[in-house]
Design a protein around this ligand. Structure first.
Ligand SMILES: C[S@@+](CC[C@H](N)C(=O)[O-])C[C@H]1O[C@@H](n2cnc3c(N)ncnc32)[C@H](O)[C@@H]1O
Length: 201
């Protein structure tokens, strides 16, 4: 394993969250990501994610994607609310731990893709209704990915939510204002924005 662990400033909180799971499940370690414009691996808090999902009406047939899925906690929590959950993770060793976590927790409706987010096939993007981004990537990677989602509306118009936590790239969403409506804005410990697209009738 080539991963470099680090101590997050919220480590005490992560240690507390860890107690909800058996010791063979690792959702809360933090790992460095050295690739340009790719952020480190650190987990969403369980209570935060549950609160976020409670903001939207989810249909049983919907698919979910965690864009930069880290160790997989959001995938686990979303798995019983969605038809299928997809996690995309650029760090191979992190994606393997996520897979191990979900297998140990007996989640069966998931797919983890170990790749850069912009290499995910359009056929998969076209199926996703809720995209979850916990500040995973920046600049060109972010712009390309939002463009990919926008193009997917042309190919497969459908209801879409983009839940963007710690929305550092918010300005890059402006050109898509007519497609993705900024519907909810929360200030938890970080800025969280929900963008919404409804299909044309
Ligand atoms: C802040 S963590 C969030 C982890 C998880 N989504 C969660 O909320 O618990 C961001 C993750 O995105 C991954 N990542 C960064 N850039 C990426 C890219 N271009 N493609 C896929 N994953 C990426 C990082 O390796 C890291 O694991």
């Amino acid at each position: 394993m080539n991963l470099r662990k680090y101590n997050h400033k919220a480590n005490i909180l992560y240690e507390k969250e860890r107690l909800d799971f058996s010791s063979d499940i690792d959702f809360f370690s933090c790992y460095e990501n050295f690739q340009t414009d790719c952020n480190n691996c650190e987990s969403t808090f369980k209570s935060t994610f549950i609160k976020l999902l409670a903001q939207i009406k989810i249909h049983k047939s919907w698919n979910f994607m965690d864009c930069g899925c880290g160790l997989g906690l959001p995938l686990f929590l979303a798995s019983n609310r969605f038809y299928h959950v997809y996690g995309v993770e650029i760090l191979q060793d992190v994606s393997l731990i996520a897979k191990q976590n979900l297998d140990r927790l007996k989640v069966s409706n998931y797919t983890i893709i170990n790749s850069d987010i912009n290499s995910v096939r359009d056929e998969i993007i076209n199926k996703i209704n809720v995209f979850y981004l916990f500040n995973p990537f920046l600049n060109t990677i972010f712009c390309k990915f939002i463009k990919k989602i926008a193009n997917s509306v042309v190919n497969a118009d459908r209801e879409i939510w983009i839940i963007y936590v710690n929305a550092t790239q918010e300005d890059k969403m402006n050109i898509y204002a007519s497609l993705f409506n900024k519907e909810i804005e929360l200030n938890d410990f970080r800025k969280i924005i929900f963008y919404h697209h409804l299909p044309k009738l």
